[in-house]
Design a protein around this ligand. Structure first.
Ligand code: BG6
Length: 487
């Protein structure tokens, strides 16, 4: 290919898209699947939700909706019906030219309650079919073992990741996946965005804080510790039984700038950075960083960490660092002026950056900085497994969707990645988040669209669910074909 000669991107660069089971599969009560935590999220219209996020649930909410739906709509039960339409969707991804597609596996499709001794064959068969279809189109599946959903039974009976028992239950589940799919799936991620445990223990850890035995902060870091040990268990298992696969870690990179050059603001930024790097520090370097040990001591956080846990972490490491990146943040020492802004994480407004329709600052340079810093810190391959723009799209009567704003966003971020590669960073690939419109994670809206493929479905699940090609579809097709030279 003429263009490929000039390409900065390596020949094996993974050009792809990303999604998750709870946001796209639907079919929540088919194929022997059990209920998962995400099935209990009801739709709350913007007028009621305001700038809040729909990620934490209470026991009374769950009790109520276990008894009946009371007229509520549960967007994550319906997704975009990828479960039945995966062939059509994969054909569109192939037409776009993708060579990688990230999906997650719904734990409750494999172990409906999470505690069974044998897996649900029907669930495994579904993913066999999806992977076969992807491979038939030369698309590498990238698999997240746990993406923001836990079998609901584990929440109700164990308070999920609050409980050490989850380590073994997760390891049993993940081993089944590796045994079954190791010849079809090369790249794996143990948990999606581990750092979200702090802001949303229910979504990230299946934890109902009202049931927790300890205070919030201890519960959160304990749950994370168990997820670290579970990840290490799977790194070890993969090394022994499937040396050809690569199992990585993932966190949401919160790139932060100090609000001024006052050393106190710089120090605050450094501290927040250390908190954000902590996840990969443990899983790549194999031990808790001193900054976190100090934080635990100062906060009076006393965790259940055994000598076996420490040895598992020391001896088993992530093969790559996956990140999601959507925006950058600003840190300042003085807490006044910091408000919840954009995403669930608080920040000061950066006057140099435009905002998306959902108030998320757009900053491609921040991605270059993030990737350089991560690579400098860990010196192992880095993978952008999520990045994209949530926006309202309008389909014309002729079925066209002109999403130049999305093209502009993605173009700037791909340019930043090209610079990053020239900076010497070992960048494995780029997976555009929500390549097919899906239910939003944080608000459960359909109208917050990330896709290059439009799905005709509204916030209440009405619509034909037809798939339409947006302008970004044709643009990304050209980008991939040219090896990133035609932007
Ligand atoms: C990431 C999640 O935090 O951001 C995805 O891993 C999510 O699941 C994505 O969809 C975008 O967030 P949202 O809330 O706009 O869907």
């Amino acid at each position: 290919m003429e263009f490929m000669e000039k390409s900065i991107f390596p020949k094996d660069f993974l050009w792809g898209g990303a999604s998750s089971a709870n946001q796209c599969e639907g079919a929540y009560n088919e194929g022997g699947r059990g209920l998962s935590t995400s099935d209990m999220v009801t739709f709350i219209p913007k007028e009621e939700l305001g700038n809040n996020y729909n990620l934490e649930l209470s026991l009374s909410h769950i009790d109520k909706y276990l008894k009946g739906d009371h007229g509520a709509y549960f967007p994550k039960r319906k997704g975009i019906d990828f479960y039945h339409r995966y062939k059509e969707d994969i054909a569109l991804l192939a037409e776009m030219g993708l060579n990688a597609f990230r999906i997650s596996i719904a734990w409750s499709r494999i172990f409906p309650k999470g505690i069974e001794d044998t897996p649900n064959e029907e669930g495994l068969l579904f993913y066999d079919k999806v992977f076969d279809e992807l491979l038939r189109h030369n698309i590498q599946p990238i698999v997240t073992i746990s993406h923001y959903e836990t079998p609901l039974y584990l929440t109700l009976e164990y308070n999920a990741w609050e409980n050490r028992a989850l380590i073994d239950l997760y390891i049993k589940y993940a081993k089944v996946l590796i045994d079954r799919f190791k010849n079809k799936v090369k790249y794996w991620i143990t948990f999606n965005e581990m750092n979200m445990m702090e802001t949303t223990p229910y979504t990230a850890g299946g934890i109902l804080l009202e049931k927790a035995k300890k205070d919030k902060i201890t519960t959160v870091y304990q749950a994370l510790h168990y997820q670290f040990v579970a990840s290490a268990g799977i790194y070890e298992y993969a090394k022994k039984t499937a040396p050809d696969i690569k199992v990585g870690c993932m966190f949401g990179r919160l790139e932060k700038y100090p609000v001024t050059c006052n050393p106190e603001d710089a120090l605050q930024t450094m501290k927040e950075d250390q908190m954000n790097f902590f996840y990969a520090d443990v899983l790549v370097r194999g031990e808790y960083p001193g900054s976190m040990l100090r934080f635990f001591a100062e906060q009076g956080i006393d965790l259940d960490i055994t000598a076996e846990d420490k040895s598992a972490l020391r001896n088993n490491h992530a093969a790559f660092v996956g990140i999601s990146y959507y925006m950058s943040y600003v840190a300042q020492k003085d807490p006044s002026g910091i408000k919840t802004f954009g995403n669930i994480v608080s920040s000061v407004r950066n006057p140099y950056l435009e905002l998306s329709e959902w108030g998320w600052p757009i900053d491609a340079v921040g991605l270059r900085i993030a990737l350089n810093r991560i690579y400098d810190r860990y010196r192992i391959p880095v993978f952008v497994v999520e990045c994209g723009l949530g926006a309202k799209d309008t389909a014309g009567a002729d079925g066209t969707i002109h999403d130049d704003y999305r093209i502009d966003y993605i173009r700037r971020h791909i340019e930043a990645m090209s610079e990053t590669i020239q900076d010497g960073v070992a960048l494995m690939g780029y997976l555009a988040w929500g390549i097919i419109d899906t239910v939003s994670c944080s608000t459960s809206e359909m109208s917050k669209r990330y896709g290059f493929i439009y799905v005709d479905q509204d916030n209440y699940g009405n619509g034909t669910q037809d798939r339409l090609r947006k302008d970004s579809f044709y643009w990304y097709q050209k980008v991939i074909k040219s090896g990133g030279t035609s932007l």
